[in-house]
Design a protein around this ligand. Structure first.
Ligand code: ZN
Length: 160
């Protein structure tokens, strides 16, 4: 992309302002646009349900590679420390990256007519989401078993 083309694109989108300096420095112009999802975080969206059936154990670190018991300083604190929280964020991001395309095509073709290739795509996307969910739970259980346990409800601690 030439600088003039980039300038036109910047004018059109208004989102690539920081890329101009990158071009001048010879760095790639691939800029990830900010998502504009007008949806609150799941913990906010499902606050009442999460309070009624929390997927974590209070006072047990939700990072399965840790699983340490700790005294929460806030009622919503699920990690024993900042490092565990950051590790969990990376884990969630990795899972989200795996699921994103399948979830998008699932929603795109949600109402596809039976027997169409799009309906088959939705079925395989749904199977894939379940497959990733199961693999993720198994991975968390394995990390939990190799650590001190974890705060996932239903997995328990290795010692019982
Ligand atoms: Zn921890």
């Amino acid at each position: 992309m030439t600088n003039s083309a980039l300038s036109e694109r910047q004018d059109a989108t208004g989102t690539l302002g920081s890329a101009a300096g990158a071009v001048q420095n010879g760095v790639s112009t691939h800029v990830v646009p900010e998502l504009n999802l007008d949806v609150e975080a799941f913990v906010t969206f499902a606050d009442a349900e999460l309070r009624a059936a929390p997927p974590w154990q209070s006072g047990v670190c939700f990072n399965p590679g840790c699983g340490r018991a700790f005294t929460p300083t806030r009622t919503w604190q699920n990690y024993c420390c900042r490092a565990c929280k950051q590790q969990s964020r990376r884990e969630l991001a990795q899972v989200g990256h795996r699921l994103a395309l399948a979830m998008l095509v699932w929603r795109t073709h949600k109402y596809a007519a039976a027997g169409t290739p799009e309906a088959a795509l939705v079925r395989v996307a749904r199977r894939y989401v379940t497959h990733v969910q199961s693999a993720w739970m198994q991975d968390r259980a394995l990390r939990s078993a190799n650590a001190n346990g974890c705060g996932d409800v239903g997995q328990g601690h290795p010692d019982g």
